[in-house]
Ligand binder design. Sequence first.
Ligand SMILES: Nc1ncnc2c1ncn2[C@@H]1O[C@H](COP(=O)(O)OP(=O)(O)OP(=O)(O)O)[C@@H](O)[C@H]1O
Ligand SMILES: [Mg+2]
Length: 313
Amino acid sequence: MAKTHAIRARRLTKRFGAVVALDGVDLDVAPGQIHGLVGPNGAGKTTLLGLLLGLAVADGGSLEILGTPVERALATPDGTAGFVDGPAFYPSLTARQNLAALADLDGRRVRAAQLDHVLDQVGLTDVADDRTRGFSLGMRQRLGLAAALLSEPRLLVLDEPANGLDPAGAKHVHGVLTRLAAAGTSVLLSSHRMDDVEALCSEVTILATGRVVFSGPLRKLATEHRELDYRLVTSDPDAARRLAADAAGVRVTTTVITRYDTEVLTVTARTPALDDLVVRLVHAGVAVRELAPVVSPLEAAFLALTGQREVAR
Ligand SMILES: Nc1ncnc2c1ncn2[C@@H]1O[C@H](COP(=O)(O)OP(=O)(O)OP(=O)(O)O)[C@@H](O)[C@H]1O
Ligand SMILES: [Mg+2]
């Protein structure tokens, strides 16, 4: 039997007055998949995640969560947990008391050991008995994740979960999500950090002004057939520039001398043309010291598909 999708959305539409926040969105998330949702500010990410958490109802389309069609009532579908726009807490209660209060609101009894476990999972054991009033943004994000984990969800919906986390905290959260997914929990998360999405997600959906402009495995964004900009540093920049200018399918876009006096060429090419250039450079006795895409395939696709121009760097 085919496995039930964690999320199956078809032609989802959501309007706020004249603003069409979601315009016919299709989304499939498989069990145990970590799926990234990216898009420029105002693209509709939070709106979509809010529909999945039952915080609002769609104006049109259909939505199935964990195999159950979501009707028009406002309610968090069973087995789903998460937050949008940053989690909210009672400032005068401690982290532990907040978790207990949230579970209570949901009508769930939790044992002290469960609270200890989720606090430990997100790395908040040391501040478990501190009031959340003094919590930093990163600590609040971790507590939001702990609250979501407490219900042992089969689908976790997280709006920018890494926002405000320091690099160690982000890595910690990555570990938590990866382990959950390995145990079968599906995760849908939005992020503005392409490197986070690349590290965590097997599939990604790119939204632009309420429409899906790409959805699928990250490997589909592979560079083989796409022209990308590459940084090229060699032992002989003048010779490299001449060879690149003569090579079929390669354009030299810019030459920059860095603060370390290194001359960096930016060349634009598809992978096969780039391979030819490297062979020519080596045959001509020019050593290649650095060759890497200026932006990752995901970021390149994001910029191209959302109509955003790359900021010069
Ligand atoms: N409650 C609301 N009332 C009116 N308009 C809204 C409301 N919520 C969202 N919108 C509008 O819907 C569109 C999508 O907003 P949304 O918050 O979903 O974007 P987003 O992708 O999460 O952006 P960001 O990256 O800035 O978080 C925007 O044009 C926004 O102004
Ligand atoms: Mg948002």
